[in-house]
Design a protein around this ligand. Structure first.
Ligand SMILES: Cc1cc2nc3c(=O)[nH]c(=O)nc-3n(C[C@H](O)[C@H](O)[C@H](O)COP(=O)(O)OP(=O)(O)OC[C@H]3O[C@@H](n4cnc5c(N)ncnc54)[C@H](O)[C@@H]3O)c2cc1C
Ligand code: FES
Length: 243
């Protein structure tokens, strides 16, 4: 685990409480979509885990929702300021294992990593059905970016203010294969509608690189760390009733 210094290039609001931050670092360690960065926050002992949305060799973008003090401090940082970070955390999605025509399903702040995943699938010449869930049209973000690379997008809003009214689980009756990211309740509800797939889990994290065991979950293959063996797991091995 190497600590890095990342310099903020851009930090702007996309929707109510949702911010996009682009950072520059000497050497970005991301190798797969669905990995995350541990972002240091001034005055806070623990770094905050945030999924990478897009990355290249020396830049990466995160999209985050202000939910507490740490993300509030981040939202007020300016271009040129620096953060201590660790990039390339976790396993990410195994893009080669995703079949053509799979579903990509994401809700709320689970949506950003799906942009990187969708781009990786397009690079492999694969099609995917994208299902995005928001509470309301006022929460929309990244829609144009997805439309630029994917023709098959189903958008649902819980309040029916735009797109279909409902939840991502209302988008299809059954899917053979799905990649998902979103709140645990959404993933649990999705589990019974999907035969196989890769689901990204969230957990409260201490270190973010496998040392403290604070993020362990039970799986059918034994205890696993969300930050190290995850956050993306074959959904078949998750003990959903224990989450
Ligand atoms: C692998 C991973 C990837 C993530 N990716 C993103 C992302 O792309 N964008 C984003 O906005 N957020 C993401 N999160 C959640 C993010 O880490 C938390 O929202 C953030 O740490 C909150 O920090 P805070 O200091 O603002 O809030 P805190 O003061 O620490 O907490 C405020 C509230 O948020 C809840 N919370 C804090 N951390 C988590 C967590 N890890 N999971 C669920 N609830 C939490 C707390 O229970 C509390 O109610 C991710 C979390 C994980 C584990
Ligand atoms: S957060 Fe420390 S082991 Fe996962």
């Amino acid at each position: 685990m190497d600590r890095e210094v990342s310099r903020i290039i851009e930090n702007r609001q996309l929707a109510g409480g949702i911010y996009k931050m682009t950072l520059e670092t000497k050497e970005c360690k991301f190798s797969r979509p669905g990995q995350f960065a541990m972002i240091g926050v001034e005055g806070k002992f623990l770094r905050r885990p945030i999924s990478v949305c897009e990355y290249d060799s020396d830049r990466y973008t995160i999209i985050y929702k202000v939910v507490g003090e740490g993300t509030d401090i981040l939202s007020r940082m300016l271009p040129g300021e620096k953060v201590n970070s660790i990039t390339g955390c976790g396993n990410g999605y195994d893009v080669d294992a995703i079949p053509d025509g799979a579903y990509l399903v994401a809700g709320g702040i689970g949506i950003p990593p799906m942009l990187g995943l969708m781009k990786a699938l397009v690079m492999q010449g694969k099609n995917a059905n994208l299902v995005l869930g928001f509470n309301s049209k006022n929460d929309f973000f990244l829609i144009e970016e997805f439309r630029n690379i994917c023709g098959n997008i189903d958008i649902l809003t819980a309040d029916g203010s735009n797109g279909r009214k409902g939840f991502v689980t209302d988008a299809f009756a059954h899917a053979d294969y799905a990649c998902a990211c979103g709140p645990t309740g959404m993933l649990k509800a999705l589990d019974s509608k999907v035969s196989r797939g890769q689901f990204s889990l969230e957990a409260r994290m201490g270190c973010g690189f496998g040392a403290c065991m604070g993020c362990s979950i039970n799986t059918l293959e034994g205890p696993m760390r969300v930050c190290k063996e995850g956050p993306v797991f074959d959904k078949e091995i998750i003990e959903w009733q224990k989450l």
